[in-house]
Structures are given as structure tokens and as C-alpha cells.
Design a protein around this ligand. Sequence first.
Ligand code: AQP
Length: 334
Amino acid sequence: MTLNTRKRVFSGIQPTGEAHIGNFFGAIRNWVANQDEHEAFYCIVDLHSLTLPWDPAELTRATLAKGAELLACGVDPGRSVLFVQSHVPAHSELAWILSCVARMGELRRMVQFKEKSKGETESVGVGLFTYPVLQAADVLLYRAHGVPVGEDQRQHIELMRDIGQRFNTLLGETFVLPEAWIPAAGARIMALDDPTQKMSKSADRPASVVQLVDPPDVIVKKVKSAVTDSGREVRAADDKPAVSNLLSIFALAEGVPVAELEERFSTSGYGDFKAALAEVLVQRLAPIRERYRELMADPGETQRLLATGAEAASAIAEETMADVRAKTGLLPRL
Ligand code: AQP
């Protein structure tokens, strides 16, 4: 018998909005890289997409499309468990139990809630406020050690550790306290039209993101219209946030250090640099887009793979829930 000593990882992505290069370089790329060394669980967090107003038909389409996007990026159902959050009801059950352990004050401190509620804290949905608890349930349910995410999720991972620790202290050792696995490069890709803001699916500014499935001409147009900084030098510096962002995207897409690019473009202007970046992105994303198109031509196959993933995830989730229900004191059903 061989013992499974691989560390478990869990991460999720919201279905609504097409995935962009920030999602890819900040998270999905590392999901793919973790598949062999770790026992990986990757989840399309559809319930999270209900925290802001949504269109039901679009949510259904986007959930399946996100499955195809992740498969196209290289998430391999033979080596990871890929599934849809709502297909495993234990996520919602654990979220409720944890919401009785979490504190109002700690949720109020969440920066993302402050940003997304835009100060309208009385009129936004309750789900927007409690969604970090659902996120805690997502990860704690699988007793995951690592959570490969972008920088924006650091505070939420700290919160899930606090909630898990409190449960363990109050009711007995149950949860593994997860760590945020944030990459050294690509953890915070900024918007193309505004380098002070993170590239985001929900920004509703098409020119701010390069989507993984954008056609080549659209990628070229978006990169060429990306904002740059004053001066002409292609150099990463604090006073050059736009060019620094483009350089780090280039470095990630081509797999070379930023310094090498600074050297390569030392005699070029921004125009030549952006044209080369567009070309590299088109090349890097072409296989993903091609595979995505093939998968979307037969969505039944993606749906079947997601169903198989949900079965595997449910088995692990049920083990944890049996322990959680017992520790919580819920009467077992005969
Ligand atoms: N700009 C980014 N740079 C690096 N990593 C990023 N991630 C998101 N944006 C960047 C990481 O991608 C994973 C999935 O996150 P998400 O589903 O929350 O994606 P999003 O683009 O952040 O989506 P939204 O709906 O538009 O959310 P907000 O409004 O928060 O930006 C995560 O690991 C995330 O860190």
C-alpha cells in the first residue's frame, strides 16, 4: 500500500465574465502546475456569482463555458478534481455552520466587501457580506493545505484561517488551516486602461482586459490601445506603472525575466514594444482559444467531466461533513 502524502490544494473561480490574463497568470497557470505534485481540487464557484445581480440564463452558459476555459488552459480531470460548487451541497451546509462561528466585525473589515458594496451597505445583498464565509467553507471542506490565488485573495485566506482556527478551538480539531499560495510574479495584473486598478472580469470595460478567448485582432487592438506612461523608455519603475504592468505580462507570456525585455527593447519606443507584446500574447493564447472552441462544440463532454468531478469532490466533502456535524452536535439521522 502506498500512502498518499501529497498536499491537497483547492482554488476557485467565478463563472461570470470570461477569464482574462490576470486570472491565468495569477491563478489558473499555477492550478495547472500543481496537478502532479499535489492532490488538486478546482471549483467553478457559481454560488459566489449570486452575490451581485445576475442573469440566470447567462449564469448557466457561463458556468459551462468556464469549465471549457479551464480544461482548455490545461486543467486535466485525470489529474485534478474539477467541479461546480453548487453540485456539492455540502459547500452551502458548511457555510451556514461557519457563519455561526464567524463574527460580524471580521467580515466588515473585508476590503472586497467595501469595494463591491460601494458604500451602499444597507441595500446590497446579504450574500455579498457573507460570501467570504462561503469561500472559507469551499476550502476548509477539503482540508486543503494550499490555495493558489492572486494577491487580491490574501485577506480572505487569512479570514478562513481565523474561522477554521476558531472552530477547531471551540469544537475540536477538525480543519486544516490553509495557506495562500501567491505567485512571485503575476499575482496582481493591472487593467490595461488604468494601471492603478486590478484587471477584473466584472470591470465592464472591455479595453481593460485581455480575455483568454479573445480573437487575435482583438488582442492586438487592446494591447495597442493600452495606456503607457510619460517618457519613452521601456523600463519597469515605480513611476512607470503602466509600462511595468505590460513588461510583467510580456515576461509571463514569454517566460523570460523582465530585465531581458528591458535590454531587448532598450532602443525601441512604446509602439514597437506593444506590437511585440501583442504578438507574444496572440501566440501564447492561440492553443487555449483553439481548444476552447473545440470543447464548446461538444458541451456535453464538458458537462460529463464536471459531473464526474462533483462525484469525487462529494466523497471528500461528505467525510469532512460527517466530522463537522458530529463535532457541532447535530443529531445523526438514523
Ligand atoms: N488581476 C489579477 N491578477 C492576478 N490574479 C487575479 N485574479 C483575479 N484577478 C487577478 C485571481 O484569479 C482567480 C479567480 O478570481 P475571480 O473569479 O474572483 O476573478 P476576478 O477577475 O477577480 O473576478 P471578478 O468577478 O471581477 O472579481 P473582482 O470584482 O473581485 O475583481 C483568483 O485566484 C484571483 O486571485
